[in-house]
Design a protein around this ligand. Structure first.
Ligand SMILES: *Cc1c(COP(=O)(O)O)cnc(C)c1O
Length: 463
């Protein structure tokens, strides 16, 4: 018997079939007045993309011309005085924004904050929410889990996200924040390599930043070879958002691409896995350019995994997430993680409740191949590491407080995550204004779990 899959057999809310096979094509950038005569060849050149990135309000006005909405740009200017991240938007993403309806556009929401949408920070926001600097034995290396480490190779990206978890380090100073830019240099990495060499429980290195698309090909090569030369290293991953925001890098920077392929070949011969970790968050970021870039990597035998951030107004809709997962799968990009937002400054308007993420996980599971269903994850504030979204020990949806344990990372510690206050009942929101009430809500939650476990001192519960 032949089984027909038709629209009728798929739940209505997941009915994209076969839309996920259609990839946005055509010269969409020509709708940006300043780029109306830019050829596909120019637009497809990574140098052109870098040179024409939108880094200021003036540049925005310059290219949008009559399509610029003055009230939106003023709103954006006000946000720039507050937010911790600089603005840098690749022409690729800039031309995918719907400039007729920019206020609710998911790409505009992710990469171009406006003051009218910003909300007051949650009282337990931390600049380094994940305690990457606390769990750091050597500067720019985080060693939290027994057998894997996070290596921050540089502090810049070709494109900045408003919700960056490393806004304390990445992207240079803003109007409200002083930051040092650290540039890569092989001598600076020596201490990190030495730490990895002398800790033989480490088998897995996340090479991140910043974005490794801005590492010179020699550095891609040297970092890769140095790590693969260490006997106990079995797996390395280069983190780059380029595939999502700047696929031209993969398609046209042949030297950089060749360096990656070379490292992959060396790894493969030694039975070691070299991967790319990328960061798409919305089907709106995906086009035929992304698909071609993913194909180029796949054809060379490189595994690409994707890490998404779950954001209100971007991908917290079942239809959007369903289409997104199917499109990534179609491009052989493995939907690895969906993270709820880390509790860092300037992102309250993008955060969701924990419940939202649990419900999204339920809706997605069973929808396609099990290995293509991402793990919905909370990376716990104060360094508990990544936990499955539904593995909390207690969750009070009224106060928005959840309590977590992390037995394999920090068994002696209790961890909290907090829903955004604007999603709570006004009466509870008022309780959150008082330090004493806050403490009592945290104590209540903790009492359901393990009163002997110690939460981080930052919560003020230790006497
Ligand atoms: C995310 C992360 C890793 C890698 O974790 P996986 O779950 O294996 O992807 C390693 N170290 C740190 C500090 C991390 O935050």
């Amino acid at each position: 018997m032949k089984l027909e899959i038709s629209k009728e057999t798929i739940p209505a809310h997941l009915c994209h079939y076969p839309d996920h096979r259609a990839f946005k094509d055509g010269d969409f950038w020509k709708e940006i007045p300043g780029w109306s005569s830019v050829s596909a060849e120019e637009f497809g050149n990574y140098m052109w993309q870098l040179k024409n990135s939108i880094t200021s309000l003036d540049k925005m006005r310059d290219v949008l011309k009559h399509r610029a909405k003055e009230h939106l740009l003023e709103d954006f200017q006000k946000a720039l005085e507050i937010v911790p991240m600089n603005i840098r938007i690749t022409p690729y993403i800039f031309s995918l924004i719907d400039w007729d309806n920019p206020v609710e556009d998911p790409l505009r929401r992710e990469f171009m904050p406006i003051a009218s949408q910003l909300l007051e920070n949650h009282p337990f926001i931390l600049k380094d929410s994940l305690y990457e600097d606390v769990d750091s034995p050597v500067q720019y290396l985080t060693h939290r889990y027994p057998d894997k480490v996070l290596f921050l190779t540089l502090s810049v990206c070709p494109h900045y996200c408003s919700y960056c978890t490393r806004s304390r380090l990445i992207g240079g100073s803003t109007l409200s924040r002083e930051k040092q830019v650290y540039s890569p240099g092989i001598t600076k990495y020596e201490e990190i390599f030495e730490y990895i060499r002398t800790h033989d429980q480490i088998e897995d290195v996340v090479i991140s930043g910043g974005d490794t698309s801005l590492l010179k090909p020699e550095l891609i090569r040297t970092i890769g070879k140095t790590l693969l030369d260490i006997n106990h290293i079995r797996r390395i991953r280069y983190a780059t958002k380029s595939l999502a925001v700047f696929p031209m890098k993969v398609l046209s920077d042949d030297e950089w691409f060749k360096a990656l392929i070379e490292v992959n070949e060396i790894g493969r011969k030694r039975g070691k896995h070299v991967c790319i970790h990328t960061h798409f968050s919305s089907p709106r970021e995906i086009s035929l350019w992304s698909r071609k870039a993913a194909d180029r990597l796949f054809q060379e035998g490189l595994t690409v995994r994707n890490q998404t951030v779950f954001q209100s107004g971007v991908n917290n809709d079942i239809n959007v997430m369903g289409l997104f997962i199917k499109q990534l799968s179609h491009m052989n990009v493995h939907p690895y993680y969906v993270f709820i937002l880390d509790m860092v400054p300037g992102i309250e308007h993008l955060r969701t409740t924990l419940r939202d993420a649990v419900e999204m996980e339920k809706a997605m599971r069973g929808y396609t191949a099990g290995f293509n269903i991402p793990t919905f994850t909370c990376d716990l504030p104060t360094g508990g590491g990544k936990r499955h979204i539904a593995s909390y020990d207690y969750y009070n949806e009224e106060t928005g407080v959840s309590v977590w344990r992390s037995p394999s990372v920090k068994p002696e510690k209790a961890f909290f995550y907090f829903d955004p206050l604007h999603r709570l009942d006004p009466k509870i929101q008022k309780r959150w204004k008082s330090t004493r009430e806050r403490r009592s809500m945290l104590k209540e939650a903790l009492s359901h779990v393990a009163p002997d476990l110690k939460p981080d001192p930052v919560y003020g519960l230790t006497n």
